[in-house]
Design a protein around this ligand. Sequence first.
Ligand SMILES: C[S@@+](CC[C@H](N)C(=O)[O-])C[C@H]1O[C@@H](n2cnc3c(N)ncnc32)[C@H](O)[C@@H]1O
Length: 375
Amino acid sequence: MMDKKIKIYLDLNSIYNKANQTYNEDYMNLCFKFADIADLTIVFSETVEIDKLKKQLTNQRKNVTFFVCESIENINIEIPTPDIKAVFVISNIYTTVKKENNIIRFSLDFDSIENKYSDTSLVSLAKEKLIYNLFSNDFSFLINKDTKNECHFLQYIFQKNNIYSGEILDCCCGVGRHDALLSNYGYEILGIDISEKQIAAANKTNKNRLINYIVGDVRNYKLPHKQFNGAVCMWTSFNYFNKEEMRSFINNIYEGLKDEAIFILDTKNFIYPVQYKTYLKNFENETKKVCILVVKRVKNKMQTSKYIYSIYDKSTQKTNCFIDDELINIYTKTDVINIVQGKFSIIDEYGDYDASAFAEDKSNRMILVLKKYTR
Ligand SMILES: C[S@@+](CC[C@H](N)C(=O)[O-])C[C@H]1O[C@@H](n2cnc3c(N)ncnc32)[C@H](O)[C@@H]1O
């Protein structure tokens, strides 16, 4: 359903290639996606392509408005009213995110993000993410996930494998949103995360003698030998690792797990061919109203995402906006099988936290239950 309360202005001038008089195809596809979630105005200049382009766009979407103008900076953008939740202006002329009068301006520089980070480890990008650092105290609220349901699912898997107590390692634990419930179920938890801010928030919320945290890098943190009855790595966290780092991570966890222990690896299931995805999230609590515009591109076995947050503080009546870029590696089941070979076998696979069966062509998630090989 289209949410008329969101307005998006998309500048095509900034992606027009004068030399061959064309617009970037990927970007054009993206325009149509925005029309699913918002009132979309497409801004473009008088070019030779104009008629063809207009026809192409109106054939596919009836709810698109056009604005012909040399520069997006020259048009009068509607300022958000209490009725309109957010206004986004997207143009590749912006080098940083800009916010004035609660109008958020940013670019979709997917290629430059991919080029900047594809040769390096993506953990460095994770370390810079604002949601993990600046907003760690609001993390659980901002991500708006059904943590209780995820914990029930984890308990179900552990019990199915006769693990009713003992120590569980929460790899890349973030603010430890699963740990309070897991400890209520009778497990002792050790959470490890590379972000000091996330661990500080975890320690603040989960004060419990059965839960401990350390700031550490799961790719090489020296774990005590055969101490843990189980391990989890929730919510697409290992996707920051390249294949070599993933191997070190797996070897490391293997060392720390008892014989017969299980390791639950949870990642998004990326269904091909996916090029672009856009969606909006709106939610609120007693103090804040949040609107998040998410734009994702899947390409070259990587997913590049932009999260544009608009957070309205009910007491100060001010809106704070920020943007987080993210790049992650896509792992298929075959990739995981190849990496864990000789250390773990896959004993179960699920397509979501409701314990539904995994189907590569349609599941939302890929949750693999690995069992340690014993020698
Ligand atoms: C998507 S969040 C998931 C957090 C948590 N598992 C959850 O479900 O809420 C990914 C987390 O991985 C952490 N992380 C990334 N690379 C890491 C590494 N090499 N070692 C430990 N933590 C890492 C980040 O700091 C971040 O907290």
